[in-house]
Design a protein around this ligand. Structure first.
Ligand code: PSU
Ligand code: MN
Length: 389
């Protein structure tokens, strides 16, 4: 006897209950769809696009833009409960919200650049952090792309924070959202800056292809500590523009891990890996590219090959620190961290803060510059991606 032939004992009460639930879901779905269409109308006519942020909370509304929305209203069929996008299996019901300006840009195939927010909550001192957030977004707009700063606000993952929300996040007692605490932060209503890894995951789930950051996390010198940024770069299909691994890291080990994880790495107009606070390290890269259009084509080929991960663009800062001086400051900071017993997620912010004071603010100056330069290059790549034949 096959499963198909098996006698089915249908309990009327159970069937009735299920039908009722499906009808309720279809109702919710119609309701969300109406909300959604109102948001889009507001965004398109330019009237209060920022007024209502698109709330994606399930019942068939897929994160990632309207063009992928399957309109099934008018039936009582159960809406889809999950979907897959950008290598991320997303379940309806998760508390994610995409700003309408981002959703419509994606739907219209206009360029979007994701930005992380740990640099705002933990990476830079106030008020440089807010000034930076504004400058970086302006840089992206100037290149014709839409900036989507990602962050966790009171248990909600937001893709495309408004200026007021960015301020709110920087003022909140924000945690640092990595992949291992993201679900708990959402569930417990916390606020957090998103690291490179978390921003990649959330941006991928929204269908964003380009991301700009400062320096990526990587392998720390002993004791053993390796950022999940590396794993995420190998897992999510985005172009990430960075100025190399943060200078507090073991750079050759970090580069080696990128190779092992199968991350495509390309130097922008450079043959060696960028060194964050210094333009270049001594470590040769496997490939280089001369223009945003060439980077866009390389990324397309990577996707056509079916490679699962991302493309890391190493973009040397135009003007950096003196390498010998930076090495001295970094060694001093590392020793101080060891003496103070700094471990785990506090390590990166603590060291960045310490080298900022040891350099009398010069590392912060370089950090701000490279973040702006990376944002501009990322925006140009995003534009080039939308222009590919
Ligand atoms: N680069 C900066 N400042 C930062 C960071 C990077 O210039 O604050 C953050 C990024 O968000 C990165 C994180 O993802 O540090 C890495 O932290 P960890 O090593 O704990 O994974
Ligand atoms: Mn770590």
């Amino acid at each position: 006897m096959t499963l198909h032939d098996a006698p089915v004992d249908l309990d009327d009460a159970v069937v009735g209950e299920q039908l009722q639930r499906h009808e309720q879901q279809a109702d919710d779905y119609r309701h969300d769809l109406t909300d959604l269409l109102q948001c889009v109308a507001a965004g398109e006519s330019g009237q209060g696009a920022e007024r209502d942020l698109l709330k994606v909370r399930g019942n068939g509304l897929q994160v990632g833009g309207l063009h992928r929305l399957q309109i099934t209203t008018g039936t009582t069929a159960a809406p889809p409960r999950s979907d897959t996008h950008g290598g991320v299996r997303y379940h309806c019901g998760v508390n994610i919200r995409i700003a309408p300006r981002i959703a419509t840009a994606l739907a219209d195939n206009r360029p979007v650049v994701a930005l992380e927010s740990t640099v705002i909550t933990h990476g830079l001192p106030s008020p440089s952090n807010l000034e930076l957030a504004r400058n970086v977004e302006a840089e992206i707009r100037a290149q014709g792309a839409e900036p989507a700063t990602v962050g966790i606000l009171a248990g909600e993952a937001v893709i495309g924070l408004s200026e007021a929300e960015t301020e709110q996040l920087s003022g909140a007692d924000a945690d640092k959202a990595s992949l291992w605490n993201l679900p708990a932060l959402l569930e417990q209503g916390r606020s957090a800056g998103t690291t490179v890894a978390t921003t990649l995951q959330l941006a991928a789930s929204a269908g964003i292809s380009v991301f700009a950051t400062g320096g990526i996390g990587g392998v720390h010198p002993a004791p053993y500590d390796e950022s999940t940024d590396l794993t995420a770069l190998g897992r999510y299909p985005l172009v990430t523009v960075c100025a190399g691994p943060k200078s507090i890291l073991d750079v050759p080990a970090t580069l080696q891990r990128l190779e092992t994880l199968g991350v495509s790495v390309v130097g922008y107009r450079s043959d060696r890996l960028a060194g964050f606070h210094v333009p270049l390290t001594d470590h040769p890269l496997p490939s280089r590219a001369e223009s945003p259009a060439e980077l866009a084509r390389i990324f397309r080929t990577q996707q056509q090959l079916g490679l699962p991960g991302g493309l890391l663009v190493s973009n040397p800062v135009s003007e950096g620190m003196d390498p010998a001086e930076l090495a001295r400051i970094r060694d001093e900071a590392e020793q101080a961290a060891a003496e103070a017993g700094i471990r785990g997620k506090d390590t990166t912010p603590w060291l960045l803060d310490r080298i900022a004071s040891l350099s009398e603010g010069r590392t912060v100056e370089v950090n701000l510059r490279l973040l702006r330069e990376n944002a501009a290059l990322a925006a140009r790549i995003a534009v080039a991606l939308t222009e590919l034949e």
